[in-house]
Design a protein around this ligand. Sequence first.
Ligand code: URA
Length: 202
Amino acid sequence: MVESRPNTPSSLAPLYEVPGGAASLYETIADCPRCPLARTRTRTVPGSGPLPCDLVFVGEGPGQREDELGLPFVGRSGQFLDELLGSIGRSRQDVYVTNVVKCRPPGNRDPEPVEIGACRDYLDQQLALARPTVVATLGRYSMARWFPGERISDIHGRERQFEGRWVIPMYHPAAALRNGSLRAVMKADFARIPDLLEAAAS
Ligand code: URA
């Protein structure tokens, strides 16, 4: 536990819409003191989108813009995520988007295991509320939760079933912004999602 009070009073948090059934979880996250990121965040970034939701995306952690606004994927990675969603006929309004850590790691460094561990049950609770058919992981930190020890270059776009739902590992949109050849790879991986949703529905 972090001893000093986090610098995010809950009055700063609710810029976002709280989906049905998630009010107490979002309040708990807004005041979360569980790890050192509580000392450096501006706002917590619990997630966006409706709950329940058939399609959930799990990224890594908030960046600077997300920390300012309390919303996930609002920067350049978010723009590419929106483009990818559009390519499968979906939009932010009908998907749930969250991260493995709900507070910004300073300087956008990678999240530490202790920080991911502290946030783990928040993600569990979000998945319980979402009851998704498909979870798409964005980047290696969310991938590691379901596919520990595997390499994204080996398994991206190859779904597996976990507890009755599909989990499909994807590159992080920021990787495609750095390496343009991954844009087409990500588009092809996203194109699998409608089939997975359809297969589950029929
Ligand atoms: N990258 C992430 O992994 N999550 C965000 O919310 C923004 C950028």
